[in-house]
Design a protein. Structure first.
Lengths: 1031, 452
């Protein structure tokens, strides 16, 4: 039976004479298809040189040719040395001790080279000071293989030769000497005894030259204050491990404060250890942090008080008042007053075991902290050593700019500085430099300054140079080249020697100076081997009398008008020297977890007041509108991050971004905060207004709170830790087995049979949440060791970052995490849970913060292994979860089944791909790759391997030498544990009973991440202990 | 029947031919060797023969040669300047007594101001010759006899044919050839005879068949098409067999067993490690320390080749490996390393050699030579084959994962004298209930041991 129902598309069809309907009936497409114009033109077709048959022929031929070509393997060439250097064995790494001193970062390090290529940086544990490399130093190896480096000297933008440059500069200098016109030598802080000597000789030869030291991020006021107090322009050396009470007022001492590197001694006093024999109570220092921006120091503090800079100044003055017994005026909110009183009492109580420091950019603040420490007789400040890594003098730099413009200074020689980028009054400097008769800039890049200087002198990376430095008085380090210069470069010091008419090289000079003045008759070769020499000479600092009460008065009179901007440096970018380093650009900020950007951090309160917004878009990514900052006439358009813990009335902005010259397009991100750095003061008054324009962030962590899930981060207080049983603060989780609560570690709970791992090695990684400061050196070290690709901003925004190791940062939604747990437990019923959980997503205004490094947990009962359809991931007897990339077909089942979300999928081919124009896309950048680790291709899963290439290498070395693996030899196997300067990460073999990691595994603080899922990980964490005890 | 016979005969014939060729090869190789012995490397033997007939007072050339090689060869050559002058016919230039005292103590002679001694000293960059006080006058006589010895010229072959052709036209070969052709003729005759008999039989059979055929019978291909089952079966068989072959083909993709590329310098492992018995690790020294066996840098070659400028070993004329050919290859080395033979010095003008890599493992495989060479003590030949016999090096093993794993399953751990293994071997072997552990039981089959 036929169906004669008629379906109407619309009522228009009812009228039979509608033209559109009839047109549609006859013609499917109303607009004529352009077929005829394309193929109907006979002439066109006939004149075409390619007809259909030809096309098919070409197609067939090219297909056949491609098929044939793919059948044949490529011919690989091997080119041996003509004369093999004695110490190089292909396939074996060599290590050299050296030091970095780029004007911002100073550290003693080891460089690992393979076949003559430096590929990684390690800590030089033999050095007694500054022996740890932070994230930037770790990444500096890639900055050498930067394709944007200057490849040779230029004169007025034209390529020139060194001979010509040196001759021209020399004759110019002699002319200027004859005319007695003033020249300025503007340099970074070298902290180098031999360079200082050389510059002194140079200035003797050319008395018309004046030396000015310029630090892009200035510590001039701290230097001034120290000079006033102790008569030496230097910075003090602190030993935080000796302090019971640490009070930091705006000092991010775990970050870059006064050159950084304070974390090792700080953590020594922060890990509570119970003495098993004497049953003595565990002790740890108590850390108060009063600050505006949320810093990693604030995140690690036991008690963080967010205060605007002005309030901090008053608070400091008040603490001084309490301790010295003077009355200090100034107004603070009442609850803050109480807390300040508490802090002061704690300091007084702790006596010489108290320490107060400040990061306020104010001479008076530094003077007061010196005075308070002196009153406390603090033993945490060393009296026989000073830090020499900052020399910059603000007033001299400012004078230079005006002198250049007035024509008083006629020439300028620059090295290690980029004032056009870093000066707040950059325009004035540019006009000054254009007036100068002589301008020469030693730089690795054709940066903002080099490009406007008459001569751009290409200088080598520190891996290619000789040098020496004295970072801490009496502690000397050497810098030695580890590779022949990649380009036609010449060191600044060698040029100075040339200009002075000397035949010597800088190396000769260093050796001579060391043998004569430093080594005290010890061996030069030994010093070069160690990279470090500690001399026996000691300083003795003498106090100078000063009216400190006046300083306190000045401080307490501080007034704020409007918002206060606190300029800071990010852990990843620092002062911006390495802005063209993709590892650092992609490195997520430890606090905000945002990569590829700088931004204005603003408190929730102020954001609401001004109208600044953050929102998550449909795919979860973070967006914001912009803020217009007006800092004394300078306007900047900056994206915004609403930062929990940011003090009301203050905003933060990081240096180091917004570079344009000598930097790849992808890396030209952020805004240049130096424009607001008026008078080199990091505290500025600003006006802020919203701009209704959307900004897209690349943020790797979108959920900021723990929602009361205590099984992810376990923490307790020192008091509970000391007095209560383990079962109360670190209980074994119970799960329901046949409706009976059973401990998760009992065998009947497990789906799998236990595998005996007592034979051979069994690797474990210990992570102490008390010792982890969140500095991120491990993240970059892991990058370098494992050839982790950089994916770029838009991919990170899609949560496709490839970091094998991430450091999660959680805020508490309540005042503390403990409060969160209580709130969660008190939830009653569905509606309650919906509303409360909704609220718990928002962090508190001044939250507790915790860092948790997470990498593959190498579960003994790994959920990923059971779901892989091709058995590409499997378990080794040594406890490592293996990943055979060549076997992986990319189903991503494993990543979906991983409770820790540590597996990373290669969505694209990240090497040799112009879409990802980072280091793996150019021949130079690829030289940093570790030849022992494969570069993964598109479509495969990858993850942390417990650096199996290193564990295997250590085992092989033992086998070759026919010995057992030495005690703790495995600790430096993992790039992360080797990079960790605080000992938060420790790797090793738990079957080796004397090893550190086996001892740590026995600690009662040990817990496993998400132990309820029963994965039995080989990574274990230590419960975080906060010292909330009254002192 | 006919077909079968023919096939069988053919096989037999093929076999014979093969065997004969084999014989031929054996004969010819034997003969070549003899040729070599008699024609090219005769000095030594000849001199031996001579000495047997001569009185004891006469200098002994063979002894002289060995003395020369032991004492003089590091600085002197017969026909060429090295560190010292060429020694061919040296006794004609200087009287014997002078030579005795020079060889025994040249320094003293230079000191005493002997004109000729000082002249030599000046000529050779003021490098004094070592004193050889241990040599007796008789020894020196022997050495001089050797340096003076001119080998008798080999008899020229008749009609001036090149030496190489001699090999082909030897009497033994002729006999073999005659024999062969005789057998061949016999075979052909046999074949013809059989063929004839069979042909005679055919007509009778044909008649028989024709009578039996049913005119209505369907042709066989039609019957085949109609039988669907048969079609199905044959399609399945066809598919399966093609899948089998396709699989076989695909399995060998990327397997370069037998890969024998032409190298920029014809380097013969046969001469170096076969004839001259040079240890593999003398040149491939990093094999015992590192993951790479390492292609020796050219300075390693020059350790020996500073003194060895000409090839003096056996030749393979069939393939064109003559002395000149090899000597020419040594010159290529000199060019690459920048060695000037005349001045016996390095010019600094180098040109690295771009060898073609033969053993290529994919990037995702980690292989470590030291583990296998130093720890396991495996012979290089186990994987690389009879390198000492390879004139041109080729890839001996398939280098597939199956091949690796097979060996790991079969090879025992070398526990002896290795403290690393002592404890773990004891515990593991107890666990597995075996006396000796294989590499596989030690964890040598785990993915992550080779793939990271």
């Amino acid at each position: 039976m036929g169906n004669h129902k008629k379906y109407w598309k619309s009522e228009v069809e009812l009228s039979s004479d509608n033209k559109m309907i009839s047109d549609l009936k006859n013609n499917e497409f109303i607009d004529e298809l352009p077929v005829n114009t394309l193929l109907g033109d006979k002439n066109n077709l006939e004149n075409s040189s390619t007809n259909r048959r030809d096309f098919l022929k070409y197609l067939g031929f090219s297909t056949a040719a491609a098929t044939l070509a793919s059948c044949e393997g490529p011919v690989n060439r091997s080119i041996p040395y003509v004369v093999q250097p004695e110490r190089i064995i292909p396939g074996i790494s060599n290590y050299y001790a050296t030091s970095i001193a780029d004007g911002y970062d100073f550290a003693n390090i080891l460089i690992k080279t393979r076949e003559g290529r430096p590929i990684k940086i390690l800590n030089n544990s033999k050095a007694e000071v500054k022996s740890s490399a932070n994230a930037r130093v770790q990444a500096s190896v890639l900055s050498m293989y930067d394709s944007m480096r200057l490849k040779g000297p230029t004169a007025n933008g034209e390529v020139t030769s060194w001979d010509k440059l040196n001759n021209d500069v020399k004759s110019e200098l002699n002319l200027m000497l004859a005319a007695n016109s003033e020249v300025v030598l503007l340099t970074q802080t070298f902290a180098s005894p031999t360079t200082s000597k050389l510059i002194k000789d140079f200035l003797n030869k050319y008395p018309n030259i004046r030396h000015v030291v310029y630090d892009a991020i200035s510590d001039s006021k701290a230097l001034d204050a120290f000079e006033i107090t102790y008569g030496k322009r230097a910075l003090p050396i602190y030993d935080f491990s000796k302090a019971d009470v640490i009070v930091s007022i705006g000092a991010d001492f775990l970050g870059d404060w006064q050159g950084g590197g304070h974390d090792t001694s700080y953590v020594k006093g922060r890990v509570p250890l119970k003495n098993k024999i004497t049953k003595e109570k565990a002790k740890m220092s108590k850390h108060f942090q009063l600050e505006s921006n949320m810093t990693i120091s604030g995140a690690n503090a036991d008690n963080r008080i967010s205060l605007s800079p002005t309030q901090q100044k008053i608070a400091l003055a008040k603490i001084y008042g309490h301790i010295s017994g003077n009355v200090v005026s100034g107004k603070l909110p009442e609850n803050i007053e109480i807390q300040i009183k508490n802090i002061s009492n704690s300091l007084i109580k702790s006596g010489n075991k108290g320490l107060i420091i400040t990061g306020l950019d104010d001479v008076n603040a530094h003077l007061l902290t010196h005075k308070i420490n002196d009153l406390l007789k603090s033993i945490s400040i060393k009296k026989d050593e000073v830090s020499l890594i900052k020399e910059g003098n603000d007033s001299e730099v400012l004078e230079l700019v005006s002198d250049l413009n007035s024509g008083k200074v006629k020439g300028i020689i620059m090295c290690g500085v980029n004032p056009v980028y870093t000066m707040p009054n950059s325009d004035e400097f540019v006009s000054g430099i254009n007036k100068a008769q002589l301008s020469i800039c030693f730089s690795m890049k054709n940066d903002e300054t080099a490009s406007i200087s008459k001569w751009a002198a290409a200088c080598p990376h520190y891996f290619e140079s000789w040098g020496d430095n004295e970072m801490v008085s009496g502690n000397f380090s050497l810098t030695q080249p580890t590779i022949r210069p990649l380009f036609d470069t010449m060191q600044f010091q060698d040029c100075l020697l040339k200009w002075m008419g000397s035949e010597n090289s800088f190396y000769d000079l260093i050796k001579e100076n060391w043998n004569e003045n430093i080594l005290e008759k010890k061996s030069w070769n030994e010093a070069l081997h160690d990279g470090f020499y500690k001399s026996n000479s000691k300083l003795s600092l003498k106090k100078i009398n000063y009216d400190f009460l006046n300083a306190a008065k000045n401080l307490s009179n501080a007034k704020s008008n409007g918002l206060e901007l606190v300029l800071y440096s990010k852990t990843g970018m620092g002062d911006g020297q390495q802005a063209n380093n993709p590892w650092l650009q992609e490195f997520p900020d430890p606090i905000t977890r945002v990569s590829w950007d700088n931004y204005l951090t603003v408190s929730k309160f102020d954001a609401k007041k001004i109208g600044l917004k953050n929102q998550n878009v449909a795919n979860g990514a973070l967006d914001s509108n912009y803020a217009n900052i007006n800092a004394s006439g300078v306007n900047m358009k900056v994206p915004v991050i609403i930062q929990p813990g940011q003090a009301r009335g203050s905003v933060g902005l990081a240096f180091g971004y917004g570079k344009i010259n000598g930097i790849k397009k992808e890396m030209q991100v952020g805004v240049n905060a130096y424009r607001a750095y008026h008078n080199f003061n990091s505290l500025q008054n600003v006006e802020i207004s919203p701009i209704d324009e959307n900004h897209e962030f690349a943020c790797v962590q979108l959920h900021n709170t723990l929602m009361g899930r205590g099984d992810i981060i376990r923490e307790t207080t020192l008091e509970v830790f000391n007095t209560k049983k383990v079962s109360e603060w670190n209980a074994i989780t119970k799960v329901s087995l046949n409706h009976i609560e059973t401990p998760v570690n009992s065998p009947e709970v497990d789906l799998w049979d236990e595998f005996d791992r007592s034979i051979g090695h069994h690797f474990n990684l210990s992570i102490d949440l008390n010792a982890c400061t969140g500095c991120g050196a491990c993240v970059i070290a892991c990058h370098a060791e494992n050839n982790v690709p950089v994916v770029g901003k838009s991919e990170v925004r899609r949560s496709r970052d490839m970091h094998w190791l991430r450091i999660d940062r959680y805020y508490s939604s309540d005042e503390s995490f403990d409060g969160d747990n209580k709130t969660k437990d008190e939830i009653n019923g569905l509606s309650d849970s919906l509303s409360v959980f909704g609220e718990m997503e928002n962090p508190s205004e001044n939250p507790q913060v915790v860092f948790q490094p997470v990498m593959c947990q190498h579960c003994n009962h790994a959920p990923c292994e059971t779901v892989c359809p091709v058995a590409a991931t499997s378990h080794g007897r040594q406890g490592q979860n293996h990943m055979a990339y060549n076997r992986c077909i990319g189903t991503r089942y494993c990543a979906n089944n991983c409770p820790y979300k540590v597996r990373r999928f290669n969505w694209f081919l990240y090497n040799n791909n112009d879409e990802f124009d980072f280091n793996m896309n150019d021949d130079l950048g690829k030289m940093v790759l570790n030849p022992d680790v494969v570069v993964r291709s598109r479509g495969v899963m990858e993850k942390c391997s417990f650096c199996i290439q290193s564990t295997q290498a250590i085992i092989l070395n033992a086998k070759k030498e026919r010995r057992l693996v030495e005690k703790d030899e495995f600790n430096d196997a993992c790039a992360c544990s080797a990079a960790c300067s605080t000992g938060a990460m420790r790797f090793g073999d738990i079957n080796e009973k004397e090893s550190k990691v086996a001892e740590l595994k026995e600690s009662e603080r040990v817990y496993h991440l998400l132990d309820t899922v029963g994965t039995k990980p080989n990574v274990f964490y230590h419960v975080k202990i906060r010292n909330t005890d009254e002192v | 029947m006919l077909y079968f016979c023919a096939l069988k005969l053919m096989y037999f014939f093929k076999y014979l031919v093969k065997r004969n060729f084999y014989f031929l090869n054996v004969f010819s190789s034997l003969f070549t060797k003899r040729c070599f012995v008699s024609l090219f490397a005769s000095n030594f033997l000849l001199s031996l023969c001579f000495t047997l007939n001569l009185t004891a007072q006469e200098p002994d050339i063979a002894k002289g040669k060995s003395l020369f090689n032991a004492n003089c060869a590091s600085c002197h050559k017969l026909n060429k300047k090295l560190i010292g002058p060429a020694l061919k016919g040296v006794s004609a230039k200087y009287e014997k007594e002078w030579l005795y005292s020079w060889i025994k103590n040249s320094a003293a002679m230079i000191k005493s101001g002997d004109e000729r001694a000082v002249a030599i000293y000046e000529e050779y960059n003021k490098v004094a010759m070592n004193s050889f006080t241990q040599l007796s006058n008789e020894d020196i006589d022997n050495i001089l006899a050797y340096t003076d010895y001119v080998p008798p010229k080999p008899e020229l072959p008749v009609s001036g044919a090149p030496v190489g052709e001699n090999v082909g036209s030897s009497p033994v070969n002729d006999i073999v050839l005659v024999l062969l052709s005789f057998i061949l003729i016999v075979l052909i005759v046999l074949l013809l005879l059989i063929n004839k008999t069979l042909k005679n039989l055919i007509p009778e059979n044909d008649n028989l068949d024709k009578n039996k055929i049913d005119p209505k019978r369907i042709p066989i291909w039609k019957a085949f098409v109609q039988n669907q089952f048969l079609v199905l079966v044959s399609v399945v068989v066809l598919l399966l067999s093609s899948a089998y072959f396709a699989y076989g083909y695909m399995l060998q993709i990327g397997v370069d067993q037998g890969y024998m590329p032409i190298q920029p310098i014809h380097y013969s492992h046969k001469i170096h490690s076969g004839d001259n018995q040079i240890e593999c690790q003398y040149c491939h020294s990093s094999a015992k320390k590192s993951k790479h066996s390492g292609i020796p840098s050219l300075n390693v070659c020059m350790n020996c080749h500073e003194n060895i400028a000409d090839y003096n070993g056996e030749e393979d004329l069939e393939k064109g490996y003559t002395k000149d050919f090899y000597t020419n290859e040594i010159k290529k080395l000199y060019k690459a390393v920048g060695w000037d033979e005349n001045s016996q010095s390095y010019t600094g003008d180098v040109e690295p050699v771009k060898w073609v890599r033969i053993h290529n493992l994919p990037d995702f495989v980690y292989f470590n030579h030291a583990q296998h060479v130093t720890v396991a003590g495996i012979d290089c030949q186990k994987c690389h084959g009879p390198v000492e016999e390879m004139e041109i090096l080729y890839q001996h093993s398939p280098l597939t994962m199956g091949w690796c794993i097979n060996c790991h399953r079969e090879t025992n751990i070398k526990v002896k004298d290795n403290e690393y293994y002592t404890k773990i071997h004891e515990e593991l072997s107890k666990k597995y209930g075996v006396k000796e552990l294989t590499a596989a039981q030690m964890g040598g089959l785990e993915c992550g041991k080779c793939h990271y």
